[in-house]
Design a binder for this molecule. Sequence first.
Ligand code: BJW
Ligand code: ZN
Length: 246
Amino acid sequence: MIEITDELRNLLNPDSAVAVLTGAGISAESGVPTFRGEEGLWSKFRPEELANVDAFMSNPDMVWAWYQHRREIINEVGPNPGHHALARMEEKIHDFSLITQNVDGLHRRAGNKNVYELHGNIQRNKCIDCGKFFDKLPDEASDKVPECDECGGKIRPDVVWFGEMLPQDIIHRAFEVAEKSALFFSIGTSAVVQPAASIPVMAKQAGAYLVEINVEPTVITSYVDLFLQGKSGEILPVILEECGLA
Ligand code: BJW
Ligand code: ZN
């Protein structure tokens, strides 16, 4: 049984400013592993071992192979009912912004257009030396790290690793939409990675009604206005239905 409060019902309407932050949990029901937790991508590795530039420089082929493996998973799956519900929200709500930490591109595949990808996109690649972007790789399937055809530098996925700055224009826009939102959802994120984790907090401080959807409580659960426990792919369609936006 999902508890839809009056505040949520009143605020989720076509004329409200609504913003959402998603994390790996929203893609879990599509079959994309999350990072943390028992089933997480990092249950066997510490995050720092793979998602930072030093790991890439000291063992580029291993890190590259890990990303190739994840791309294969992502290419084989599709958006789930949680992604589709957020695409529907964007259709219905005039001022709707979707901020995501996910690099899997599933929100755009579901139809969302106003998407802020804080941590990049796993399908894009760039040269570590000259910065050239590569949409197409010489050998898409190779497990060995490719080299740039301009300068010979190593090619890396265009994602944000620990210790790296987030794209500044995107994080600034994300802070702006959070601050002007009347309703903010934090969905499927453990809310431990900064600066993304501060966005829901900032939204509430600026006056938004803050709703969290997660299968388990997180570090922000005691702070939010409404915690809805369960799978996002099950809860979001019910919210749409109950609020007359389905
Ligand atoms: C479901 C579900 C279902 C499951 N339905 N829910 C301030 C204080 C302390 C440290 C820092 C700080 N500021 C910066 C830092 C350092 C660092 C940081 O935050 N460290 C903390 C971990 C301590 N941050 C950075 O380095 C960032 N850069 C930065 O701040 O630059 C400035 C700077 C530089 C140098 C020094 C200081 C400042 C960059 C962070 C980049 C994060 N990158 C990654 C990898 C991306 C590439 C890749 O994909 O490989 O991004 S890490 C990884 O974590 C990935 C994710 O986007 C991110 C967040 O994870 P997420 O999405 O929350 O996933 P999980 O697995 O943690 O959680 C899933 C949740 O879903 C769980 O809660 C489940 O319960 C739930 N769930 N199924 C609903 N069906
Ligand atoms: Zn180059």
